[in-house]
Every structure is written in C-alpha cells, then in structure tokens.
Write a protein of this length. Structure first.
Ligand code: RP5
Length: 162
C-alpha cells in the first residue's frame, strides 16, 4: 500500500496531526510525519512534494495555521492529491488558515477539511487509497457501520439522559 505523507508547518500543529495519525493507525495505513514549513523551510517542503510519488506516497496531508500556505505550496510541486487541514491560531480561530488553505487558484487543487479536521483528513486519505484497495474499502465500510450503530445506540438511550 502507498504511504500517507503528513506534513505540518510547526510542532504546535501536533495536536491536530495526532487526530490524523490515530485514525491511520487504526486502519493500519503506513505514514510518515514531517515538520516542514512553507515559509521557514521552503526548500525541504518543496523537495518532499517533488519526490513524494517516487518515494512511495499516494496522498499528502498538510496541516498549517495562520497564513497557511503549506498545503498549496506542496500541491504546487506534486500531482498527488493534497489534503489541507487549517489549524486554529491565536487570533482568528482558524478562519485565516481556512481561507489560506481553501482558496486555491484553478489548476492546483487542495482538498480542504474543517479547521482542526485531522480525523477527516485521515479518513479522506484512506478513501483515496481505497479506490484501488478492496480490503481497505471494506474496513472503511465497517467503520461507517460501527459509527452508525453508535449513533443509534445513543438514540435509543437519549430519553434517560434528559
Ligand atoms: C504556521 O504558523 C504553523 O503551521 C502554525 O500553525 C503557525 C504557528 O507556528 P508556531 O509559531 O507555533 O511555530 O506556519
């Protein structure tokens, strides 16, 4: 199976990345994690994206906050799918990062998840890899069924909680 490449702009993004790696571990999907910044280490970020396909990656997840250009900068240097996670910063609660990540120019797409959406980023990455992996697709179907069952269990018990 191809790996998921995870890049964060700063170690302060780790709590968001942990949500993604927790999901990937549960699904037994191989991944690598790096701290490369579009602004502080642009050469490393560029090299990672340029070489990602030949290094065995199938999809990239990029998390960054504030002027969050990381996902777009990676996407500019690869045609692998790039999933952007906007991270909440100290001033605008992530709206700055959301707009910086999602508003990509035509030709260089970034699939942007919710602010802090580490789990969904991992699940979307899994769904991309599952296009060509029936076993992984079955795991994702089973997770959906388990999640639905958990909601219905709560539905059955909701009156007792009121
Ligand atoms: C972004 O700036 C990082 O992704 C992080 O979310 C934000 C703040 O970085 P630090 O100042 O905490 O390193 O590049």
């Amino acid at each position: 199976m191809r790996k998921v490449g995870i890049v964060m702009g700063s170690d302060s993004d780790l709590p968001v990345i942990k949500k993604a790696t927790d999901q990937l571990k549960k699904l037994e999907i191989p991944f690598e994690v790096h701290i490369y910044s579009a602004h502080r280490t642009p050469a490393e970020a560029r090299d990672f994206a340029l070489n990602a396909r030949k290094n065995g990656f199938g999809v990239i997840i990029a998390a960054a906050g504030m002027a969050a250009h990381l996902a777009g900068a990676l996407a500019a240097n690869t045609t692998l799918p790039v999933i952007g996670i906007p991270c909440a910063g100290p001033v605008l609660d992530g709206l700055d990062a959301l707009l910086s990540t999602v508003q990509m120019p035509t030709g260089i797409p970034v699939a942007t998840v919710a602010v802090g959406g580490g789990a969904n980023a991992a699940l979307l990455a899994a769904q991309i890899l599952a296009v060509e992996d029936a076993e992984l697709a079955a795991q994702l179907d089973a997770k959906r069924a388990a999640d639905a069952a958990a909601v219905l269990e709560k539905d059955a018990g909701v009156l007792e909680r009121i």
